[in-house]
Design a protein. Sequence first.
Length: 256
Amino acid sequence: MASHKGLSRTAQIRLVSSHEEVYEPCDDSFALVDALLADRSNLLEHHPKLCMEIGCGSGYVITSLALILRQEGHGSNYIATDINPHAVKVTTETLKAHGVDAELIITDIASGLEKRLAGLVDVMVVNPPYVPTPEDEVGAEGITSSWAGGENGRSVIDRILPVAEHLLSEKGWLYMVTLTANNPSEICVQMRKKGYASKIIIQRSTEEESLHIIKFWRDFDTEVDGIADQSDSGFMGYLLAQVPLFSSRRDNSSNN
Ligand SMILES: C[S@@+](CC[C@H](N)C(=O)[O-])C[C@H]1O[C@@H](n2cnc3c(N)ncnc32)[C@H](O)[C@@H]1O
């Protein structure tokens, strides 16, 4: 099928480099890329000028996004950040091996980029540290900062959301990984109060966790009044009603 043209290339991102302190692509990374693939035709029509990843790790996600968009010859620009210098080095090598140009910055979320990128990011992808942990593990040195998310796994997520809101363009989209423990419905309600609609693109349960890949976009028609009255379960039910359910580990042959 035409829609499958080139997709295997995306699934075949080669891990040309690694480091013991850099997060290796895992179920969450695969689910995020699968969400981008599921939304591929919208992404191609979106014509993003600037795409950004916060917390790029190995570079698997930003490289996949670039390959998805490259299929139609889009001239997008890419920027990625990570707080871990080793991650930025590994991402540089992953991008290079796939012929993708991107600007890479070692920073905390997008610190120092607020002015330069305000309102310019058309697509943002984030697989944040989301695992509930003691607060003092958040931002710890090395690999721990890849997953340590503090109370309810929300410490880093709650710092990323206002930054995303500031950097996204008017037509900007945010794709973010969350875990059930992060209370994704509450995140959606919070974003909705700021004028963002949301949709779960993929929900996937693995042996260890239940992941949701949520897409946010500015919805100028969003009714902000009365949102707080919606029960979490009602709102989640609404979101989930739109989602194809996946309930397995990644299977390269069937998911792509
Ligand atoms: C779960 S890993 C995801 C890595 C990669 N995006 C993927 O999906 O495979 C989270 C990444 O966020 C980075 N990170 C954690 N806290 C950060 C912060 N405050 N600012 C920027 N990056 C951060 C970690 O170093 C790690 O590379």
